[in-house]
Design a protein around this ligand. Structure first.
Ligand code: ATP
Length: 254
């Protein structure tokens, strides 16, 4: 579903990803962990085409994010191609990024109607279903400022799912929330993981959540994967000293 082949990303002299290879299969849920600055968010931003690679290739399904085949030749991917790829990917950010001037319902239906061309009626029906899924059916007419952070984040999840993405990217989505509100959000995602086969790529410091929902956890350090294992193995029996040190630091924080 997702494939990074020898991906290089630099910011000036700072080589953030250094010939990175990894793949995520359809329906797989993968969590990225590692110290601050190790390149986790950059990976998600590259997938959303918010950043461009400096080397290597990225595929989402059959689509390449760097090149497109035109008349038998490979040419650099243009904005139209990238828009098409982006539609298959939903992303939820640490800051919820809801449209403040729109009610909850419209926050969720806006992109399906205007980007996918769905009828308002269909989009609203789906939005109601998704608000049920995230436990916010009664907030359909609220404005974002009338909701708690946890509720706003659940609306953001519903909004991402309304585009029927193949892949959901989650970037530290509970870091800005108090533990109680974070738990509400993570419970919604646990349910989603149980009931759907959506591919998920998740950056989080919530280790219990990572353990509950992930098929695999990738430990990053300085733009490289240092360990790639099912969560029970990685958390209980880390092989690398860098993983052990990172896990200790996260537990100290908690
Ligand atoms: N737009 C940018 N311009 C310059 N440097 C950047 C930019 N975005 C990221 N970086 C640098 O790239 C490196 C990796 O950043 P990234 O945000 O991917 O790390 P991370 O592992 O997600 O960290 P954190 O856990 O703190 O979010 C850092 O050194 C960061 O300073």
């Amino acid at each position: 579903m997702i494939r990074f082949d020898r991906v290089v990303k630099r910011f000036g002299d700072n080589v953030v990803l250094d010939e990175l290879d990894f793949a995520v299969r359809p329906g797989e849920r993968v969590t990225l962990i590692g110290p601050s600055g190790s390149g986790k968010t950059t990976i998600l931003r590259l997938l959303m085409t918010l950043e461009r690679v400096d080397g290597g290739t990225i595929h989402v399904g059959e689509d390449c994010l760097t090149h497109v085949r035109r008349g038998g030749r490979l040419v650099p991917a243009d904005e139209k191609h990238l828009r098409k790829v982006r539609r298959r990917i939903g992303m939820v950010f640490q800051q919820f990024n809801l449209f403040p001037n729109m009610r909850v319902l419209r926050n969720i239906t806006e992109a399906p109607v205007h980007v996918l061309g769905r009828s308002t009626e269909d989009a609203e029906r789906r939005a109601r279903e998704l608000l049920d899924v995230v436990g916010l059916a009664d907030k359909i007419d609220a404005y974002p400022t009338q909701l708690s952070g946890g509720q706003q984040q659940r609306v953001a999840i519903a909004r991402a799912l309304a585009m029927s993405p193949d892949v959901l990217l989650l970037d530290e989505i509970t870091s800005a929330l108090d533990p109680e509100l974070a738990a509400e959000v993570l419970d919604v995602l646990r349910d989603l993981a149980r009931t759907s086969d959506i591919t998920m790529l998740c950056v989080t410091h919530a280790m219990k959540f990572a353990r509950d929902v992930s098929h695999r956890v990738l430990m990053f350090d300085a733009g490289k994967i240092v360990e790639d294992k099912p969560p029970a193995e990685l958390f209980e029996n880390p092989e690398q000293e860098r993983t052990r040190a990172f896990l200790r630091s996260v537990l100290d924080e908690a």
